[in-house]
Design a binder for this molecule. Structure first.
Ligand code: ADP
Ligand code: MG
Length: 680
């Protein structure tokens, strides 16, 4: 199947594309012919209907059949060249700024019939089209729907369209990769025909048609297949199964002053099963904020220690690493070796810890990224636990899994709630344990919404809580990340609050450096001040048991899931907590709906689901950075059925297809991150 290669060839293989243009495209990550083809048209202009001059509407685009009647080339600076054209109902001028006579005479030859299309304006009592670009003696080239693409590197729409036409003409013919069972959903339309239709739409907004759905399905399936291959590949890694007696494990369980929830127990069992098996574990522990993931991870680590291995427990921040470390110290008393290694660890401690790592003594090492520096080589690692790294994509996860070596099981923990339809897209390469149930007797967080004008009431409330000894989070929104004014609102609020609560307010925003940030958070944790004003830079996961109130300004700027996660920063202690959402007046109906969802439920999964429906999935928290591939056609809301169909199909493929030869083209075409090359 040689001609398949055509799509993967360099752009310079196209007629009309030189090295220079190809370079410009490379910078935009368009490296081969398929990349160009898979840039979808951004909009369409319908030039298919012809009009007569006496029917023209000013400001609209019209297509006309006219005869070229007269030239006027004034040769005076700033005066444009004009060509008078007419049909049997009237006259129209084609006006050219900066075009040469020769060119004008060529495209509009005197006394000939031409088809022109453009936006109509009116000047000196006459209709005109300025700088017309859609001009031809061949009316079929003009009278159609014209696609528009995002342009780079000085290409015009016309040239771009020509390139697409060229590619479409040379499109290789593929053997269909889908079974008929799948194809019947799309009325058996082939990939080629679908791609052609995508670039030459008959109607505008064809999103429900077979060709569109087929291409969207291909896109989804390709991404699922890639994940599935990674999962299979990891599963193939043979490891020594871990042997343990569960002794310290059951002892610790009995020492807890609370009972684990059913979901926590179920997750522990699933992890233990993985430990005992000969296949490497690559598992996600997903649970809403406060669902109790840490304890599950810590307890599971005990069995690994008992099996004679070391454990690495990585957290995104110094503070969180310290909290986990302290919890482990309390929980396991002095029975096992526990160490913490961060960028702040001093030289001697670091040396001692590295020696310990080298000695292979079973221990738990807590830490930040510092744990995985190049210099530190674990050679007896049995378990990596990674907390709250929703920014990790598929490639980074795969890297970590490799880093631990064959005998090392991997557990990722995340509180980012993901709608059901998207789980496969984000975490298809992992097995998943979900904690849905929250610990019992947890006090609900009471959520209020208040207009800005009631600020005095809010201040009164804050005073009351502070007098009771509690602490307050005050969150200001990121106004615009790109414009670097994100912290302005936080700075202003800080100044305002500092006047009311002198010496009791601190400020944290994106410009505060990492070390300063950690020290501010530590001071807050140590109750050195009462109110922490911040943008959204406070990481999830940290326990601030003494903070019982979170105030979120301009709350409609945040997604629901994000508000839910922010809210989850309080409500971890045993006291009642409050979340106050501040709004500007005049909320839209949609905004009101969203607040009500938040007030009604504290279930992050439900909120993510509703959020996706109300805002579209692109805005959901963390998805920009998460492993979620950006789909070009497939839309998790519109195409929910296709996601479900693809999930079923993946299960069938995993069971029935011995190899993926059939899907080779599909995978190569849609795998933009080149993951497949790395792993298969
Ligand atoms: P997250 O899942 O957000 O990481 P944590 O693990 O930090 O949540 O747990 C939040 C709090 O809930 C901790 O203080 C923890 O001790 C407590 N907790 C965990 N499991 C239970 C349980 N089954 N019953 C009561 N409290 C629990
Ligand atoms: Mg956590």
């Amino acid at each position: 199947m040689n001609n398949f290669d055509y799509l993967l060839k360099d752009l310079t293989k196209l007629k009309g594309v030189g090295k220079k243009t190809a370079e410009i495209y490379k910078k935009k990550n368009i490296n081969n012919i398929f990349d160009l083809l898979w840039r979808l048209p951004q909009s369409f202009v319908d030039r298919s209907e012809k009009s007569k001059i006496n029917e023209l509407q000013i400001g609209k685009i019209h297509t006309l059949n006219v005869e070229v009647k007269k030239y006027s080339f004034p040769r005076i600076r700033n005066l444009p060249n004009r060509v008078v054209c007419e049909d049997n109902t009237g006259k129209i001028d084609c006006v050219f700024f900066n075009s040469y006579e020769g060119y004008i005479k060529k495209i509009l030859p005197l006394n000939e019939n031409v088809t022109i299309s453009g936006k109509i304006s009116y000047f000196n009592n006459k209709y005109q089209i300025t700088n017309p670009t859609y001009v031809s003696k061949d009316s079929s080239l003009i009278e159609k729907i014209h696609t528009k693409y995002r342009l780079t590197g000085g290409l015009t729409q016309k040239i771009y369209n020509k390139l697409i036409d060229q590619i479409l003409k040379n499109l290789p013919i593929f053997v269909e990769w889908h079974d008929n069972r799948i194809m019947k959903n799309f009325n058996y339309i082939s990939w080629n025909d679908s791609i052609r239709k995508l670039h030459n739409p008959k109607n505008i907004g064809d999103y429900n048609s077979y060709y569109y759905k087929r291409l969207a399905f291909d896109e989804i399936l390709a991404s699922f297949l890639i994940s599935s291959e990674i999962r299979k590949k990891i599963k193939k890694i043979k490891k020594k199964s871990k042997f343990f007696t569960n002794k310290s494990y059951t002892e610790t369980l009995s020492k807890l002053n609370f009972k684990l929830t059913k979901d926590q127990i179920k997750s522990l069992m699933q992890i233990n099963e993985d430990f005992k098996s000969k296949k490497k574990m690559f598992r996600l522990l997903q649970g809403d904020v406060g669902s109790g993931k840490t304890i599950v991870a810590l307890i599971s680590a005990l069995n690994v220690i008992e099996s004679g291995y070391q454990v690495a427990f990585m957290a995104p921040t110094e503070i969180l690493a310290n909290q986990h470390y302290n919890l482990a110290k309390n929980l396991f008393s002095n029975k096992i070796n526990i160490e913490i290694l961060t960028s702040k660890t001093d030289y001697n401690d670091k040396k001692r810890i590295i020696n310990k790592i080298n000695s292979k003594v079973p221990s738990i090492f807590f830490g930040t990224h510092a744990l995985f520096q190049k210099k530190i080589i674990f050679n007896n690692l049995g378990y990596i636990i990674i907390d709250e790294q929703h920014k990790f994509g598929v490639k980074q996860r795969k890297f970590l899994s490799d880093k631990g070596g064959a005998n090392c099981d991997v557990l990722l923990m995340s509180a980012t709630p993901i709608p059901r339809t998207l789980i496969m897209s984000v975490y298809g390469d992992m097995d998943i344990s979900i904690i849905k149930e929250k610990p019992k007797h947890r006090k609900e967080i009471i959520t209020y919404s208040k207009p800005e004008t009631k600020i005095n009431e809010i201040i009164k409330f804050v005073k009351k809580e502070i007098n009771k000894g509690y602490q307050i989070f005050w969150v200001c929104p990121l106004i615009d990340e790109s414009k670097k004014i994100d912290h302005e609102s936080a700075v202003n609020k800080y100044k305002y609050l500092e006047k009311i609560f002198p010496k009791d307010v601190s400020l944290l925003h994106g410009k505060v450096d990492k070390f300063k940030k950690e020290s501010i958070l530590k001071n807050f944790l140590d109750k050195k001040f009462k109110i922490l004003v911040s943008t959204t830079v406070i990481e999830v996961g940290i326990d601030f048991p003494n903070a019982n109130t979170i105030i979120i300004e301009n709350a409609n700027k945040f997604g629901l899931s994000q508000l839910h996660q922010l809210r989850g920063r309080v409500g971890r202690g045993s006291n009642v907590s409050t979340c106050i959402l501040i709004f500007k007046n005049n909320l839209s109906l949609n905004a009101k709906k969203r607040i009500n969802i938040l007030k009604k439920t504290n279930d992050g999964f439900k909120i993510a689901e509703e959020d996706m429906k109300l805002r579209g999935f692109g805005d959901l928290l963390g998805f920009k950075q998460s492993g979620l591939k950006k789909f070009k056609l497939a839309d998790p809301i519109q195409n929910e059925d296709l996601f479900t169909l693809a999930e079923k199909e993946i299960k069938r493929i995993e069971k029935e297809e011995k190899n993926l030869d059939k899907y080779k083209f599909l995978l190569k075409l849609y795998d933009q991150a080149d993951i497949i090359n790395d792993i298969i």
